[in-house]
Design a protein around this ligand. Structure first.
Ligand code: SAH
Ligand code: SF4
Ligand code: F3S
Length: 472
């Protein structure tokens, strides 16, 4: 483990603060059942962090509610990946102002990626002075203490406290509240070292740091024992897992260890960076019992010129090589990807190369984004002559191509038999919502609620980008 990474084990002092907060609400404020509202923006990493914050809030005696109007604490866990992600937070902060006016005791908290950017914090202080506490992505382990200080008016800096801890850390053993009883996220590493030229993540999440394999395996095993069936391993680049650890372990070998339990379950993971996706990884998936036959491999662009300027460190050719290898080794494998349209200086010819790549690979689904300049990243200083209107036109062209590819993939699956996990039951439609091994949504009519179970189905029909099945 690199010297600068500090592992915090939740407990002791923070638990004491939880008790003190509980006391303040019950005995001083006379609120019998305090309520917390937690809104999460952004990626699964943030969802996973919010699960920890909710766990701590629950230890403080809060009930977690979906209704912010009656909440005693409103917490926004923010995302900074694109301008519209930030605008959503600002919009919701505007709405919260009225709640705070009606009930000045409501505590408003902002954390997550946006709060690691100084200009954003300045804007919040200026335009939303009713926010009580702001803390960055490395400070979750101190959440109970920070909240206690706010409630106790212990803050020396006035009402609004802004806490930024630059130390790259890992938080272990935090209490967790997971929303789902079948599917769970397990964060295996945090941070990112890649500095893709458009991306804010390395600046707001710090350097890559892997959790120790023992801690991951323990959490994974516990989830299986509790009955979880679909486990997604999280990291900004899971393929570089272990590079910062002393022990000899890499992502494929971690996967092998997690594939070895005697339960029926699925392992998924995201995100894989193509520069570090190896044949060893493909071989492990091909030989595994539990790893889903779906690889999310964000390509961003099909033009080598643009990939170079994005600092992605792979070429279209090397990307296609790993895709071809996976197609050869893993029967019925599906791929999904992320695409950025309109990177600064991208021409229509560059964009057409992305279209070509999409047609070549045939992704089952795509997450597509129009480039959004992020202050402080190298790409934000590049000339960007193509208009937003033109970029939107390109994006629509891409979506049309992708729609027919997704339909084609779904059509090809008709007639196949699969064993899938029933995730939800829609009572009024008498229908199970399932997910195929290749991560495609599958609807299966059923008179009984079989959610949480693996079921055998015949795939009988395909709709736009989903499938219909029947129970065998
Ligand atoms: N670590 C992952 C991606 C995390 S961010 C990876 O490298 O694949 C998720 C996606 O958001 C990225 O894949 C990219 O497609 C998109 N994205 C990131 N920064 C962006 C920006 N400035 N503008 C538009 N899309 C962006
Ligand atoms: Fe951002 Fe690139 Fe890191 Fe992904 S790999 S989080 S796109 S810098
Ligand atoms: Fe957003 Fe932070 Fe994730 S910027 S995408 S929440 S790592």
């Amino acid at each position: 483990m690199s010297e600068f990474v500090k592992i915090y084990s939740y407990g002791g002092v923070q638990e004491e603060y939880c008790k003190k907060i509980n006391k303040i609400y019950h005995e001083i404020m006379k609120i019998e059942k305090p309520v917390a509202y937690v809104k999460t923006y952004g990626c699964q990493q943030n969802v996973s962090d919010s699960e920890k914050l909710k766990g701590m809030l629950s230890e403080m005696g809060f009930t977690i509610s979906c209704d912010c109007d009656k909440a005693d604490i409103i917490l926004f866990n923010t995302c900074a990946i694109r301008e519209n992600a930030e605008n959503k937070v600002f919009g919701n902060l505007g709405r919260v102002k009225a709640i705070k006016k009606k009930n000045p005791n409501t505590i408003i908290i902002l954390c997550g990626c946006m709060t690691e950017q100084e200009p954003v914090v300045q804007k919040i202080k200026l335009m939303y002075p009713f926010v009580d506490l702001i803390f960055g992505t490395h400070s979750a382990q101190e959440f109970p203490k920070m909240l206690y200080d706010i409630l106790n008016k212990n803050s020396s800096k006035g009402k609004l406290v802004h806490i930024i801890n630059k130390e790259d850390s890992i938080l272990e053993n935090a209490p967790l509240i997971r929303n789902n009883k079948i599917k769970a996220f397990i964060s295996i590493m945090s941070g990112c070292n890649n500095f893709c030229s458009y991306c804010i993540v390395p600046y707001v999440r710090g350097r890559e740091r892997s959790r120790r394999p023992e801690a991951i395996i323990k959490e994974f095993k516990l989830l299986l024992e509790k009955g979880y069936k679909d486990l997604t391993l999280l990291g900004q680049n899971v393929n570089s897992y272990g590079k910062d650890l002393e022990e000899q372990i890499n992502f494929p070998s971690l996967l092998k260890k997690l594939d070895d339990f005697k339960y029926e379950y699925k392992i998924r993971f995201m995100t894989s960076h193509p520069k570090d996706a190896t044949k060893e990884l493909v071989d492990v998936i091909a030989n595994s019992k539990h790893i889903a036959r779906n690889i999310h491999l964000p390509v961003q662009s099909g033009s080598n010129q643009i990939l170079k300027r994005m600092n992605r460190k792979y070429t279209k050719e090397s990307y296609l090589e790993i895709i071809e290898y996976a197609k050869e080794k893993i029967p019925n494998v599906t791929f999904s990807s992320d695409i950025i349209v309109g990177f600064p200086g991208e021409t229509y010819e560059d964009f057409c190369e992305t279209l070509e790549l999409i047609k070549n690979v045939k992704f089952s689904s795509l997450f597509t984004f129009i480039y959004s300049p992020r202050e402080g990243t190298p790409a934000a200083t590049l000339p960007d002559p193509v208009s937003k209107k033109e970029k939107t036109k390109w994006l629509l062209e891409l979506l049309k191509v992708q729609e027919s590819i997704s339909q084609e993939i779904c059509k090809k699956m008709v007639g196949r038999e699969e064993r899938v996990l029933a995730e939800n039951y829609i009572e009024n439609e008498k229908c199970l919502m399932c997910r195929s091994d290749g991560n495609i949504i599958l609807k299966v009519p059923s008179n009984t609620d079989l959610s949480g179970e693996f079921i055998n189905v015949n795939i009988v029909d395909s709709a736009r980008e989903s499938l219909m099945g029947s129970l065998i």
